[in-house]
Every structure is written in structure tokens, then in C-alpha cells.
Design a protein around this ligand. Structure first.
Ligand code: KG4
Ligand code: ZN
Length: 341
């Protein structure tokens, strides 16, 4: 068929552009913003300005690396939301302008949909890697979202459960912040937890009905725990860092997997995929494999580079929408909050 998509992702602090031909990634480039590190989180105003500075260069490099010229692009895809409004406006205005200038169709993408479909991304020469069969269940875990979603087809989803407060990634980021470890915290906690005893400390477990999650309690329990221990021993964090990280991460990951098992039983579905930044977590990846063996699941893990935000996942979602006949209006406005539009 040979449909080439150029996609732009600018929902948070990374500026990304990708080229995709029929599901195969030709290039996927990223400018990571360092300006937020000292603040322990993303500063929206700084993020929008950095997107504005980086976007042309990133798109240019993505085109060069793919060997595709702008004339050969068939579809322009971009993230419409959810995310930081200012950042989304930069990416969507750029995509609209490009679509007008090139007279090429525009397809807006929901960021969550991009994460969900990232499991289908292939590298060149990798077309024999197996795809999940529909319907499958995806555990979508990122810095902003935590959901269990039944994916019925590339464009049809049913949300089975979600967080009632913090996202799983946010819970790990807050843990790192409380321990003074930097941002984003997920990868740091993951690394330190590898040398820790995950059963040493028992952080509080949320008791939420059905397939929903809550992660604000585990963060609060860490806060009170540290306060108490630091009073007795000012060096408590340094002396126990690995065990604290391992025990906290254990609580977050096991809570996710417990509900995933219930979802699989309820829906009678054993095709299980992970998506989103937290699906890079090594403990989660190992545990979903172990539980999968016990439950008879077929588990699909996205390659690490497609777990965190990237434009290739936006391109594959745009590709599926385009093939289904969808075209965006030029007057669509970005949205900041979760929506499955
Ligand atoms: O999907 P993503 O890049 O952005 C959102 O859409 O939110 O996810 C970012 C989140 C952050 O909270 C980050 O700490 C977490 O993913 N993360 C990880 C790992 N790598 C990234 N969490 C745990 N272990 C990791 N290895
Ligand atoms: Zn994301």
C-alpha cells in the first residue's frame, strides 16, 4: 500500500517527530528537555517554549534520517491531547501549517491511543514479530495515565478501569522526589530497586473496588514512614535507599498486576499487552511474564524505546485512522484532559 506518515508528538516535555511507512518505523527522533530537571517536574511554560525552539530541527532530522522528502509524505499526524495545552498548541499549529502548505491530509491522534497502538510498531526487517490478537487487554501505565483497556480493534476501545487519583508513573516520580533522587523518578527507582529487598518495608495497599486503582495512599504512607524513621536516624534514607525503592516499587507494580489478573478473568481474555512509560520498568516486565506463565497469557511487551512518549506511536495511530477514512478538520482545538475522542 505504501502510506507514509509524518507525525509530531508534543504533549509533554519531549519534542518528537517520526516517519512511518505502513507500520514500519523509518525514523523516530526526540529532543529531550533538560530545563525541568532542577524543578523536580515539568514546568508547562518552559515546555512550550522549548517545543517551539526544537520542533523544526527535530522534524528536519527525522526526514533526513528516514531518507523521505516532504513531497513523499502522504499523511500528517499529530497529538491533539491529552497533555499540556501550551505544548499541544505548538505541535498542532505546526502540523496544521504543514498540512496546508503541502496540501496533505491531517489526522489528529489521542495520545492514549498512540500508547495503546505502540505495540504494533515494527522496525525494518522485523515484520515477523507477532502482534496481539483482538480483542486484547492493555495495561496502559504512564506518568499521566493508568488504565486497563480492552482493545477490540485498532480504533475501538473499552476502558475497564483506571486510577481514581495519581497515575502509576506519578507515584514512582513522587517516591523519587521524596527521596531526593531527581526527575523523572521511575527509571531511577527501577535501577536502585534492583539491589534492594522488596519485602523489607510494607507500604500501604489501597483497597479500591473493581478494576480501579489508587496510588495517592502509597505516596502518603512513604511520606509518614520517612518522617518517623528520619527522626530516629538522619541517615535512614542513604542507608536503606535500595530497600525503600524496591519495597515501594513492589507495592505499585503488584497493585497494577492484581487488577490486570482480575480484568483478564472477567473478560476471558489472555492476550495481554503493556504500554506507556512505566512499561519500561524491569520489575513490571519480569513479573507480568511470571504471572502470564501461571495464567496462560500471551504477553506482548513494547520495545523499550516505544514505551515512553514518542512520535512513532502517534504515526501508527494516525495510519490506522487514515486507513479507516478519517480526516481531521483544520479547526480542531487541542484538549488537555483525558478524553477518548
Ligand atoms: O508515557 P510517558 O513517557 O509519558 C506520559 O504520557 O506520562 O511516561 C512517563 C512516566 C514517568 O512517570 C516515568 O517516571 C515513568 O514513565 N518511567 C518509568 C520507567 N521509565 C519511565 N517508571 C518505572 N520504571 C521505568 N524504567
Ligand atoms: Zn505518554
Amino acid at each position: 500500500m505504501n502510506i507514509t506518515v509524518l507525525a509530531i508528538e508534543s504533549s509533554c516535555d519531549d519534542t518528537s517527530a517520526a516517519l512511518l511507512r505502513d507500520g514500519v518505523v523509518l525514523s523516530n527522533l526526540m529532543a529531550t528537555q533538560k530545563e525541568h530537571n532542577e524543578f523536580g517536574g515539568v514546568v508547562p511554560e518552559l515546555a512550550s517554549r522549548a517545543h517551539q525552539r526544537n520542533l523544526v530541527r527535530v522534524v528536519d532530522s527525522a526526514l533526513k534520517e528516514s531518507g523521505i522528502s516532504l513531497k513523499e509524505v502522504d499523511v500528517i499526524g499529530y497529538t491533539r491531547g491529552p497533555g499540556l495545552l501550551g505544548s499541544l498548541i505548538v505541535g498542532s499549529s505546526f502540523a496544521k501549517a504543514l498540512s496546508l502548505a503541502l496540501k496533505k491530509p491531517l489526522v489528529d491522534v489521542n495520545h492514549i491511543q498512540g500508547h495503546l497502538l505502540s505495540i504494533f510498531l515494527k522496525e525494518e526487517g522485523e515484520s515477523d514479530r507477532e502482534d496481539p490478537k483482538f480483542p486484547f487487554i492493555s495495561l496502559l501505565v504512564s506518568g499521566g495515565h493508568t488504565q486497563i483497556i480492552e482493545v477490540q480493534s485498532p480504533l475501538e476501545y473499552k476502558i475497564l478501569g483506571g486510577t481514581i487519583d495519581d497515575a502509576a508513573g506519578e507515584a514512582l516520580d513522587k517516591c523519587a522526589k521524596l527521596l531526593g533522587l531527581g526527575y523523572p523518578g521511575g527509571p531511577i527507582v527501577d535501577r536502585l530497586a534492583k539491589d534492594g529487598n522488596n519485602r523489607r518495608f510494607n507500604f500501604s495497599k489501597a483497597d479500591v473496588k473493581g478494576l480501579d486503582f489508587s496510588f495517592s495512599g502509597v505516596k502518603t504512607s512513604l511520606l509518614y514512614f520517612l518522617r518517623e524513621r528520619l527522626r530516629e536516624n538522619p541517615n535512614f534514607i542513604e542507608e536503606n535507599l535500595n530497600d525503600i525503592c524496591a519495597s515501594y516499587q513492589y507495592r505499585v507494580v503488584e497493585s497494577l498486576l492484581e487488577k490486570l489478573v482480575v480484568a483478564s478473568h472477567q473478560r476471558g481474555i489472555g492476550e495481554i499487552a503493556l504500554a506507556g512509560g512505566v512499561s519500561a520498568n524491569s520489575y513490571l516486565r519480569a513479573r507480568v511474564g511470571e504471572i502470564g506463565d501461571r495464567e496462560g497469557w500471551r504477553v506482548y511487551l513494547p520495545p523499550l524505546k516505544y514505551t515512553t512518549d514518542n512520535a512513532a506511536m502517534i504515526a501508527i495511530a494516525a495510519y490506522h485512522k487514515y486507513m479507516a477514512g478519517y480526516r481531521a478538520h483544520g479547526n480542531l482545538a487541542p484538549f488537555s484532559r483525558l478524553s477518548m475522542e
